[in-house]
Ligand binder design. Structure first.
Ligand SMILES: C[S@@+](CC[C@H](N)C(=O)[O-])C[C@H]1O[C@@H](n2cnc3c(N)ncnc32)[C@H](O)[C@@H]1O
Length: 229
């Protein structure tokens, strides 16, 4: 048995792609998709065709609407979205094309592996994680993305002075995020020790945020800054 097999923060949903999704992927993936191989570090300057791009790395963009909106409003930043969900990827590809965006690229893979294997140290301006899968059942909690090892990995990938922005509509996950990131001495809470952030840093409402609101959930944003390592 493989003892170190990692617990993933997602479960791949099966299901067939529609004809339109297949067409979108075949036409636009070659333009905006980035394939990754293990142990091949990405050249972000070449990918975004910019010297020293300010890269915002979004994990789990879902249907991509919020990511496309942020990229449209912030052309000076380069957005690298990582998602495993093919329908969401196809949706974002369409949005990129419709909005004529040049500052988004997409990776379809486990973002934890991408960070570990493909992103150079201190290459990211910001990491954003909006409404990650909450895994509310006690026996599934080990799947939650935001845990001490993951946060330690982020400290080596974000630039000094860079930002970690997270949001969730699950109060106990919000508290877990707050505790886990606050316990890492490299991060400083931008809202002050023990506080959630009232600043959403230009994040527009996401699909899962709307879903949470319909269920009567609150929303907690967390913004941390990485100090010198
Ligand atoms: C609850 S949804 C939220 C989507 C979107 N951010 C929103 O707020 O509407 C979480 C998303 O994260 C993706 N995800 C979970 N773990 C991931 C990982 N390790 N790498 C890439 N994507 C991941 C899932 O496929 C899912 O689409």
């Amino acid at each position: 048995m493989h003892k170190n097999r990692e617990i993933k923060s997602f479960v791949l949903r099966g299901g067939r792609m529609s004809l339109q999704q297949r067409q979108v992927l075949s036409v636009f993936w070659p333009k905006f998709g980035i394939s990754v191989a293990e142990n091949e570090q990405l050249d972000l300057a070449a990918i975004f065709n910019k010297t020293n791009p300010k890269v915002i790395f979004e994990i789990g963009f879902g249907n991509g609407v919020t990511l496309a909106d942020m990229a449209e409003k912030n052309p000076e930043y380069s957005f690298l979205g990582v998602e495993v969900y093919t329908t969401g990827i196809s949706n974002l590809l369409l949005l990129i094309e419709e909005k004529n965006l040049t500052n988004i690229r997409i990776i379809q893979h486990d973002a934890v592996a991408v960070l570990r294997n493909n992103i150079k140290d201190h290459a990211l301006h910001k990491v954003q994680i909006f409404f990650p899968d909450p895994w509310p059942k006690l026996r599934h909690r080990k799947r939650r993305l935001v845990n001490p090892l993951f946060v330690e990995l982020l400290t080596s990938k974000i630039i000094s002075g860079g930002i970690l922005h997270m949001a969730t509509d699950w109060e106990d996950y919000a508290i877990q995020m707050l505790n886990v990131v606050s316990s890492n001495s490299h991060f400083t809470n931008s809202a002050g020790l023990g506080n959630f952030s009232s600043d959403k840093l230009g994040r527009s409402e996401t699909k899962f945020e709307r879903r949470g609101a319909r269920l009567g959930h609150g929303v907690w944003d967390l913004v941390f800054c990485l100090s010198d390592r």
